[in-house]
Each structure stands twice: as structure tokens, then as C-alpha cells.
Design a protein around this ligand. Structure first.
Ligand SMILES: NC(=O)c1ccc[n+]([C@@H]2O[C@H](COP(=O)([O-])OP(=O)(O)OC[C@H]3O[C@@H](n4cnc5c(N)ncnc54)[C@H](O)[C@@H]3O)[C@@H](O)[C@H]2O)c1
Length: 256
């Protein structure tokens, strides 16, 4: 697989799954644009990648910032081929405990952010014949833990957005939702650290996966790159799970 001459925009690419995706696309010779609110981590990571990597500071929930970021990406590399809508946040609460502000925060990043990035990336894709929009959903769109109402709502809605993009821009633009299980990233680490016994919660999370581990960000990146490549060109409009067998066993945990 080669992405030589192609431009891949990855939101939330400064760390975690987004950085894993960026590494893979970059190794496969793509021009990589990382959009993130974490300027220090994003800039440092792009320096590490070297040539063909650009960092743009942008909050994806602001249309003005997204529009500017997509313009800068095209200005730098001349075209835009793949958008990975990866940036996301999680907050832990059930419906009756969720403030309107928290609800809006999660939905504004996870859902509105993906919509805005697609809105301002697709016209550039169409100018060079087409492209691919990858939306980072989650297994939580299918099986759900307790107290993540806004997150689960956003991840489920991303599957609808994926379908709409696939239908509205076919055949030039494909769209696919990726639904990972647990991945070893700062997002999960922060969640573990909030509990009184982080090691126990980490182990409980691992136990949910039949393969007895969480995923590495780079292996999600390998999957995303395959789906976005010519080799994945018959995949369209669908949510695809990459989850180590999480949630298929009656009773849940591997150890039960
Ligand atoms: N980690 C998992 O187990 C897991 C599982 C399934 C799905 N996901 C999804 O994968 C995506 C990445 O998760 P992760 O675990 O790598 O998260 P992470 O918190 O480790 O990294 C997310 C990145 O997004 C950036 N970001 C947050 N808000 C932003 C905004 N408004 N604008 C631009 N950038 C912003 C952060 O600065 C960070 O660099 C998320 O959408 C998450 O919901 C994660």
C-alpha cells in the first residue's frame, strides 16, 4: 500500500489512536496533516515524523477554525484525499447526571466536529476525483458500559453520518466508521487513573477482550490505512469493528 502524493488529514492526531494512524500513513509515504488542540504534543510529534508532516492547531468544534485548517492543509500539500475524523472526548455520566454543558461538550467535539471536518474537506476531495472519510466510532455504538450516555450517543450517531456521506457523495467519496474496542491510549489511561485501583480496572478492561489484551494505536492505524487505500475500495458506508472479540460472548468477560 502506498499513499505517495496523497494528503491525509487526521483530527486528534497528536496522540493515541490518531497518532497511530498518522505513523502508518506517514510510513506509507503519505503527506500527513495533524489537527489537534494540544499544540505541544502535536508539534513535537510532527517534528518526530519529519518531512511530509504538518501540525495545525484547531478546535474541531469551531467551524471557522476547521475551515481555515482544511484550507491550510490544501495550501501546504496541494490536495486532500483522506480525512480521519478521530478526535474525541469521553465524560462519565448517565442521563440524569449529565449537565447540558457536558452533553454539548461531548457532542460538539465527537459529532459536530466530524460533521464540520467532512463539510470542509469533501469539496477538496471532489476537486481531485474523490476521497475517503473515516469516522472513528467505537464498539460502544453496539455494546455499552454504564454512565457514558453522551459518548455512546455521539459514537452511534457517527454511524449515521458515515452512511449519509457514503450515500450523498458516491461514487467519488467513500465513508467508513471504525469501531475499536479498548485501545492503549492516554484517554483510557486517564480513565483508569480516576479509579481507586487503576491496575484492577485496567485488568478488567483487558478481560473484556477475548484476545486478552487491548489494542495498540498503530494496529488501529494499520486497519484504517487498509480501509482508506485502493485495496479497501469496495468497503463503503459500514461500521467495522476491530475489537478483539469484545462483547460477543454471553456473560461478557473472558474470564467468566
Ligand atoms: N481508546 C479507546 O479505547 C477507544 C476505543 C474506541 C474508540 N475510541 C475513539 O478513538 C478516538 C481517539 O481516542 P484516543 O483514545 O486516542 O483519545 P486520546 O484522548 O488519547 O487522544 C485524543 C486526541 O484528540 C485531541 N482532541 C480532543 N478534543 C479536540 C478538539 N476539540 N479538537 C481537536 N483535537 C481534539 C486531544 O488533544 C488528543 O490529542 C476518539 O474518538 C475515541 O472516542 C477510543
Amino acid at each position: 500500500m502506498s499513499f505517495k502524493g496523497k494528503t491525509i488529514v487526521i483530527t486528534g492526531g497528536a496522540k493515541g489512536i490518531g497518532a497511530g494512524c498518522a505513523e502508518v500513513f506517514h510510513r506509507q509515504k503519505g503527506n500527513v496533516v495533524i489537527i489537534d488542540i494540544d499544540e505541544t504534543a502535536g508539534q513535537q510529534f510532527c517534528n518526530q515524523l519529519g518531512d511530509r508532516a504538518l501540525f495545525i492547531h484547531c478546535n474541531i468544534s469551531s467551524e471557522k477554525e476547521v475551515q481555515k485548517a482544511m484550507e491550510l492543509a490544501v495550501e501546504e500539500f496541494g490536495r486532500l484525499d483522506v480525512l480521519v475524523n478521530n478526535a474525541g472526548i469521553i465524560r462519565y455520566s448517565k442521563v440524569t447526571e449529565t449537565s447540558v454543558e457536558e452533553w454539548d461538550n461531548v457532542l460538539n467535539v465527537n459529532l459536530k466536529g466530524a460533521f464540520l471536518c467532512a463539510k470542509h474537506a469533501i469539496p477538496s476531495m471532489l476537486k481531485n476525483g474523490g476521497g475517503v472519510v473515516i469516522n472513528m466510532s467505537s464498539v460502544q455504538a453496539f455494546v455499552t458500559q454504564e454512565k457514558v450516555a453522551p459518548y455512546v450517543t455521539s459514537k452511534s450517531a457517527l454511524i449515521g453520518l458515515t452512511r449519509s456521506i457514503a450515500v450523498d457523495y458516491a461514487p467519488q467519496v467513500r465513508s467508513v466508521a471504525i469501531c475499536p474496542g479498548g485501545v492503549d491510549t492516554p484517554m483510557n489511561e486517564e480513565a483508569f487513573q480516576q479509579s481507586p485501583d487503576p491496575d484492577e480496572v485496567r485488568q478488567e478492561t483487558i478481560n473484556l477482550h477475548l484476545v486478552d489484551r487491548m489494542a495498540r494505536p498503530q494496529e488501529i492505524g494499520e486497519f484504517v490505512a487498509f480501509v482508506a487505500s485502493e485495496k479497501g475500495s469496495f468497503i463503503n458506508g459500514q461500521p467495522l469493528r476491530i475489537d478483539g472479540g469484545l462483547g460477543i460472548k454471553i456473560g461478557g468477560s473472558k474470564k467468566e
